[in-house]
Design a binder for this molecule. Structure first.
Ligand code: LCV
Length: 259
């Protein structure tokens, strides 16, 4: 059963997340379908991609599929995790990927949206960074995605509180490009995509790649990286990590004890 819908409108590829029963959770299966669609769009030399959910949805995506997080003692967001693969595919896709958002966006889906090149949202959209809600040690490339979207102060508030940020506040803070009334969202987004398609695709592709390289150009010593990985291991080996996932599955509030 397809977990996404795809379409092509002139030179724009459209990917619609379509697994409402699981609130479009980013499972490996759903991510594999997105990645395959991006490869097809690249082969067809499309000049923009719109990544959206079903019209009128209350939840754009509930983030990483919690059922696919390792029980413990294994890095939950290592290089080969499907979410990490999706982020890299979006960042390296040789044309702009525009996230069109209605409803709430959670955790790994929030990073996915922030990894997109442009974000157009309806007023109903909210954005939440949720590792602290689950007891997950987010990975360092993911933290950089967040810091490239929000200031350090706002990034800390979102990460430490796990509270959703409204579309209006996100736009005011420069975290998203436009907030547009829901009834105008589709027309506005596709008009933006059409403008991009009228410009030089090779020039756009090279500027997108330059900005990716420059945005990721942060010096980190081998010692610094090893320290981060050691700290993350303490977290994903902790009782709190297991409690966070168990509480989610039990549909109850987690009780974190700091060990
Ligand atoms: C699997 C799900 C999910 C889901 N996975 O509907 O950033 S990190 O580090 O946290 C990273 C690891 C990450 O992204 O983790 C996931 C972060 N996501 C969240 O914390 C959001 C979790 N979901 C929710 O809070 C609620 O589902 C929302 C508010 C999104 C929607 O609430 P609503 O009442 O509309 P339900 O909670 O009833 O969910 C409907 C079905 O989708 C499943 C959920 O288990 C339920 O399945 P059943 O019908 O089998 O009970 N589901 C929701 N989110 N991330 N499965």
């Amino acid at each position: 059963m397809a977990l996404i819908q795809t379409a092509v409108r002139e030179q724009v590829g459209i990917i619609t997340l379509d697994q409402p029963a699981k609130r479009n959770a980013l499972s490996k299966s759903l991510i594999d379908e997105i990645v395959a669609s991006l490869a097809d769009f690249q082969a067809r030399r499309l000049r923009a991609v719109v990544l959206r959910a079903q019209p009128g949805t209350k939840v754009w995506s509930a983030g990483h599929d919690v059922d696919e997080l390792p029980a413990s003692r294994r890095d939950p967001l290592g290089w080969d995790d499907p979410l990490r693969h999706l982020i890299r595919e979006i960042e390296t896709f040789p044309a702009p990927v525009i996230a069109m958002i209605e409803g709430s966006v959670w955790g790994g889906a929030c990073e996915t949206v922030f990894a997109c090149d442009l974000i157009v949202a309806a007023p109903s959209a909210t954005f939440a960074i949720t590792p602290a809600r689950l007891g997950v040690p987010y990975n360092i490339a993911g933290v950089l995605t967040f810091l490239n979207a929000a200031s350090l102060r706002i990034g800390k508030e979102m990460a430490f509180t796990a509270r959703p940020v409204s579309a209006e506040r996100a736009e005011r803070l420069g975290m998203i490009n436009h907030v547009v009334p829901a009834e105008e969202l589709e027309a506005f987004t596709f008009d933006l995509a059409a403008t991009i398609c009228d410009n030089a695709p090779l020039s756009i592709a090279v500027m997108k790649e330059q900005m990716r390289i420059l945005a990721g150009a942060h010096p980190m010593s081998p010692q610094g990286f090893e320290r981060v990985q050691g700290l993350r291991r303490v977290v994903y080996d902790s009782d709190d990590y297991q409690e966070g996932i168990r509480a989610f599955k039990d549909k109850r509030r987690p009780v974190f004890r700091g060990r």
